[in-house]
Design a protein around this ligand. Structure first.
Ligand code: ADP
Ligand code: MG
Length: 227
């Protein structure tokens, strides 16, 4: 369970990116965070990965106050999470297999476990036939599938995606959202920041809408908002 308790975040520049957020997200939920550019979506996500810190309030994950966590413990926190970004962020000099295997090597998984797990996730995201290809030989949609494989290969309890379909055409975007939904159905909590309002409406999930740092709506179902 994730709890934002009276969380505010003001950047050094003085911009109040998030103002008094109170949100609870249960294990296994699928949640969209929506709002126009600059509304505070990424800041909401970055506070969970401790890339930025709340300036007020606290964030609990499974009852554990991550706001008070020592810096040295942050890598362990991040091991329980998978991350997906708009720009894929694959390693250009590694092939598909090695991009995914690398995420396991970082946490010192055994060679045996890597050999077993990587083909499984490549198959899960539907990209087994591209294992030997390099990122620049793949379409945007394929690259994002690899990024999804990498994000889930260590079985995170939480998957965070910041504008995962921002660089994709509408059809491909839909496929990636469906893939993230599949991963959620396997038990992973999924939080997606996006301004792709058509897709959000189609998927009928919980939608947290934020504007100028203020959460003004938190309900399940489609929602037409300005993007
Ligand atoms: P979104 O993801 O919805 O586009 P962000 O969370 O990135 O919104 O940004 C919220 C507000 O905080 C914006 O006004 C943005 O300009 C500002 N902001 C974001 N990152 C920084 C930063 N590193 N330094 C200063 N201001 C920032
Ligand atoms: Mg953003």
């Amino acid at each position: 369970m994730i709890e934002y308790k009276n969380v505010s975040m003001t950047y050094d520049s003085g911009v109040e990116a998030v103002k008094n957020a109170n949100v609870t997200i249960n294990r296994g939920e699928f949640v969209f965070v929506v709002g126009k550019s600059g509304s505070g979506k990424s800041t909401m996500i970055k506070m969970l990965m401790k890339e930025v810190e709340p300036t007020e309030g606290e964030i609990l994950i499974d009852g554990f106050n991550i706001t008070e966590m020592k810096k040295s413990k942050i890598p362990y926190l991040r091991r329980s999470m998978g991350f997906i970004f708009q720009d894929f962020r694959l390693l250009p000099d590694k092939n598909v297999y090695d991009n995914v295997a690398y995420a396991m090597r970082i946490i010192q998984a055994s060679a045996k476990k890597i050999r077993r797990q990587v083909p499984l996730v490549l198959s899960l995201v539907g990209i087994s036939d591209k294992a030997k290809m390099f990122p620049d030989e793949l379409s945007g949609g394929e690259q994002q599938r690899v990024a999804v494989a990498r994000a889930i290969v260590n079985n995170p309890t939480l998957l965070l995606a910041d504008e995962p379909t921002g660089n994709l055409d509408p059809e491909t975007a839909k496929d990636i959202m469906a893939l993230l939904n599949d991963i959620n159905l396997r038990g992973t909590t999924v939080i997606i920041a996006t301004h792709a309002s058509d897709l959000v409406n189609e998927m009928q999930k919980r939608v947290i809408a934020i504007d100028k740092g203020i959460i003004y709506r938190d309900e399940k179902g489609g929602y037409n908002y300005e993007s």
